[in-house]
Design a protein around this ligand. Structure first.
Ligand code: F6P
Length: 361
């Protein structure tokens, strides 16, 4: 096995707090081991055009630990196997060009930092002969094979803080406040932010809700003297027998965009309870700002482990957090799957036990 001397690093998919912390760890760990690092801009697009690449040294990553976003840029519609194009089927396959550029640049391996989409593309390139390691990123916490993804803790902290603040208005005006959070098809953010922020109702994709049951919970709270209610709703939540609220349908190279369930729930609850209801969509604020110390540490561990695996010649894996260890898991076992909240998760039982409603009949 020839030693790894030069590696590329890229970030793909939606940005998440902690991406820069991973880049920093990769660059420092690699350079300290005598490995050259090239930063690839905007995910795999950086390997379509060598002018979108630049060397990264420890000096280039000094001070980025606490920065949100990514110094390399990112995209969530740049799959080189299905690049959006003005063709009959709306896409074109540029993957051979990526492999060619990878070799022309003299790269020995890649670190691909991203969510399910990016890790799926990385896996396809691994099968096409590019040695690489994936690092799981997403605020949604829905990647299979790892217990936690960096970005999740920061998103939950922000959402819980927002719920704290919304309590003031809810209590003062005796209102229903509906808070729509992200998470795509998983309810991790809604559940953790809801419990951490003291929500009264949590609606999430894994547990289809009855709006009548939610209204009944609000009425019960009123009868007991708690004249306000906080309802946290995940963007992917749907009523029993109903559909998710979709903002934009999927099209070539673009995934479905969720959003809008908050206003639907607030409007229905206002009508059914006669109480004032307001809604807030936290949206991309959940992905912004400085990563929490937890996410900085997790991101640093993931980045450091990724370099260790490349040095050991372990390729085609994703670094996974299996407390107390960081372990390699095959990308093949991870991609194309979604880790939703298990219905036997103890936090669900505890939440029910302390009186939180999931809108279940
Ligand atoms: O996957 C992260 C995420 O923020 C989801 O929670 C959300 O559904 C989606 O990305 C939003 O994507 P975009 O930034 O393309 O609007």
């Amino acid at each position: 096995m020839s030693p790894v001397r030069k590696i590329g690093v890229l970030t793909g998919g939606g940005d998440a707090p902690g991406l820069n912390a991973v880049i920093r760890a990769v660059v420092k760990a690699a350079c300290n081991a005598g490995i050259e690092v090239i930063g690839l801009e905007d995910s795999f697009d950086g390997l379509l055009d060598p002018s979108r690449t630049r060397p990264l040294t420890p000096k280039d990553v000094t001070g980025i630990l606490r920065l949100g976003g990514t110094i390399l840029g990112t995209t969530n519609h740049g799959n080189p196997f299905e690049y959006p194009a003005d063709t009959a089927n709306g896409k074109v396959d540029y993957s051979d060009r990526v492999v060619e550029t990878f070799h022309k640049m003299g790269l020995d391996a890649l670190v691909a930092i991203g969510g399910d989409g990016t890790l799926g593309i990385a896996h396809q390139f691994f099968l096409k002969g590019i040695p690489l390691v994936g690092v799981p990123k997403t605020i949604d916490n829905d990647i299979v094979g790892t217990t936690t993804c960096f970005g999740f803790d920061t998103a939950v902290s922000f959402a819980a803080d927002a719920i704290d603040r919304l309590h003031s208005t809810a209590e003062a005006h005796k209102r229903i406040m509906v808070v729509e959070v992200m998470g795509r098809y998983a309810g991790w953010i809604a559940l953790h932010a809801g419990v951490g922020g003291g929500a009264d109702v949590i609606l999430m994709p894994e547990i289809p809700y009855s709006i009548e049951c939610v209204a009944e919970h609000v009425r019960r709270r009123d009868a007991l003297g708690a004249k306000f209610s906080i309802v946290v709703v995940a963007e992917g939540a749907k009523p029993i027998g109903g559909e998710r609220v979709v903002l934009e349908q999927a099209r070539a190279g673009y995934v479905e965009r969720l959003g809008g369930v908050g206003v639907t729930v607030a409007t229905a609850l206002e009508e059914m309870t006669g109480k004032d209801a307001r809604y807030v969509v936290l949206g991309h604020l959940q992905r912004g700002g400085a990563p929490t110390p937890f996410d900085r540490v997790l991101a640093t561990r993931l980045g450091g482990k990724a370099v260790e695996l490349l040095r050991r010649g372990v390729f085609g894996k994703m670094v996974a957090n299996h407390p107390p260890d960081m372990v390699p898991v095959p990308l093949a076992d991870v991609v194309g799957r979604t880790r939703t909240v298990p219905l036997d998760y103890d936090l669900l039982a505890t939440a029910r036990a302390i009186g939180i409603s999931f809108g279940e009949p």
